[in-house]
Design a protein around this ligand. Sequence first.
Ligand SMILES: Cc1cc2nc3c(=O)[nH]c(=O)nc-3n(C[C@H](O)[C@H](O)[C@H](O)COP(=O)(O)OP(=O)(O)OC[C@H]3O[C@@H](n4cnc5c(N)ncnc54)[C@H](O)[C@@H]3O)c2cc1C
Length: 409
Amino acid sequence: MHKQNAIIIGAGPLGLTAAHYFLTHTEIRPIVLERENFIGGMSRTLNFDGNLLEIGKHRLFSDDDEILSLWRMLLPDDDLPERQRVAAVICRGKIFECPIAPTFKTIAGFGLFSALSIGASLLKSKFSRREETTLADVLSNRFGQKFGEIFFGSYATKIFGRSPEELGAAWNSRLPAELTAGGKFFYPKRGVGQLWQNLADKIKKLGGEVLTASNVKNFRVDDNKFVKAVTVESLAGTLNFPADVFLTSMTFDELADALDEKILPSHLRDIAKNLPYRSLVTVGLLVDKLKISTPAQTIYVAEPSIKLARLNIFNNLSPELVADKNSVWLGLDYFCSTDDDLWSMDEDAFVKFAADELVTLGIIDAGSVKLGVRVKVPKVYPVFDDDDKLAELRGALNDIKNLKRLNHD
Ligand SMILES: Cc1cc2nc3c(=O)[nH]c(=O)nc-3n(C[C@H](O)[C@H](O)[C@H](O)COP(=O)(O)OP(=O)(O)OC[C@H]3O[C@@H](n4cnc5c(N)ncnc54)[C@H](O)[C@@H]3O)c2cc1C
């Protein structure tokens, strides 16, 4: 018998995992409300003529035994194989295998003149360490200024929208670990969305609910700062969902919009609305073949003149993602802000632009694309630093007693 109800906003990995936790560890009955028609949030899998497109490619790894056994329960071993990370970086027309390190072989790959200048900057970094204020300082101390700039500078600028000189030292931890380290991960054979769909089904079997097309628009909060209910726009019209506990995956700005002025005064609302995020445009391209031979699942693009940030080769990640085994199914990840030209470009133009970039990089032949699709996902990466204003906003949200944010930011 459930003693309390929880409303969980968002059927992404965190919302679904929290709902499962309530059902298996507490007497709280969860209702998951998801705005979209699909499950999985950013971590979903889309099907295009049997070719499964991963949004950004989500590798699964965890140190937590309970999480690992949950994944194993949802997908048997055969469907959730463990894989070795295989990644590469394309830089100045050459492909370098990850992990990337300033070794003799890598530096020599640039030709004599560049190798000498990279080597000299590496030596300099060994003898005069920079105080680590910015990401550029960290990269310089770790790899030498030139090597850090060449391999990581343009990639960091693409994903974060600011150059390493403009980013604090802590941003180093947000660079993809596979650039500099090996390791293993789990990957569902038919895409990561399979895992979250199975989890949603399990939640329903255990007595919880997962309702899609249910957009949470407003929180009703009493004078003691307890949320009493949320108002939801759904296919059945505007509905009220009362509960005892509320968990949310909404971004700061969406949350601010859904709270009344007396709970979140206008200066905090303004802070929430002006926090910057990066958005993702993923292009799926089905091509005849690649001009390069590589086992890499992901190729990072460290070419400043190319907008593409990373290329996922799904055949190398999991062959079951590809319908036609004689073709190569690719996912191209572009990062931008929602006021960027890339974000407003129409689908056909974007697919052509993306294919042209792969031709320029020497990865495919012109005219080899058999299928092209484009998917946009807003606000995938928060790109704000912690400061006093953000602390005040967090404090005001924390004051709401039975509301918990699930987000990492
Ligand atoms: C390119 C890229 C690659 C990544 N790679 C990895 C990886 O390899 N491994 C890894 O572990 N993580 C990876 N991540 C991070 C991972 O995607 C996130 O950590 C994860 O998706 C967060 O889950 P979440 O449930 O908090 O949020 P989300 O996945 O964002 O889900 C939130 C859900 O809430 C819903 N929602 C929002 N507002 C409302 C509302 N008002 N009403 C109802 N529903 C609402 C949204 O529609 C969405 O479905 C990657 C992220 C990106 C962008």
